[in-house]
Design a protein around this ligand. Sequence first.
Ligand code: CP
Length: 319
Amino acid sequence: MKEITQIKGDFFGKDIITLDQFSSSDIQFLFHHVGQYQEIADTNTLSKTLAGYIITLLFYEPSSRTFGSFCSAAQRLGAGIIPVQNPQAVSSVSKGESLEDTIRTFASYSDAIVIRSKEAGTAQKAADATYIPVLNAGDGGASHPTQGLLDLYTIYQSVKRLDNLTVVATGDILHSRTIHSLIQGLSLFAKNTIYLLSPKELRLSKEDYKKFSGNGIVIKEIFDADQIPTHAHVWYWNRIQKERFATQKEAEKYTNRFVLTKELLHKYGNKNLMIMDPLPRVGEIDEAVDQDPRAYYFKQMRNGLYVRMTLFSLILKRL
Ligand code: CP
């Protein structure tokens, strides 16, 4: 089995499986390079950085942002792509081919594999099956490291630091891989506090609570909107992850328990607050909030393109 490799200042050839691989200086190094890729994307410059490279996108679960931004990132850098959405229907997975053989197959035709899967740990299994870099685009409810990176980048762009922050994350904390990665990312920097607002049934699992709170971040679980601190730098709203529940009915019990409205914002938000959401939005933020200058979620989505372009470049080329 391939070990999870620490980045240690050198992204070249590495898998991206979890934010545990990163140090604060690795994140700062990555962010230092993002501006040049933003410039390429925003000016529609035809970059040849990855000309001659092919990247496979193997998505076992639906996606708009992660799939779209990884496809766009590869092509804006001159790479070709093998886009495989729903391999259960369109590839030899439908004939019973194993994950490992599927990975070996696409590794024969490409230089990196981006994988989204239903099960925690699948990205690591994929990485173990090949020597080309594997990037985790979300593995079940466990983690979504590239989302974590773009979320941190969005905060950094606005607040200009990643320490001494108070963040409120809301929704399905139990199953939200984006919130798990955000906690891991914030843990790499000093003196951060995260309030986790959710129905009691959807709080962090005991195992995750132990794992995440051992990394230096202060975690405060709250179960009522009245407990939202008014001094927060970021509100990170996220939907109920209905695909992780046994039945739709079960998920519906929790849907939109905490909706971000103008009224809530007026009551507990301060003037410098950033409102974020990894999206898709399914009612957890009222559309009336979109016009508020504190709404960062669409900017956050665009940042995914810049951060993923930077990651591809650092992993496939030595800058
Ligand atoms: N944020 C995110 O992962 O969105 P998609 O599921 O659309 O990729």
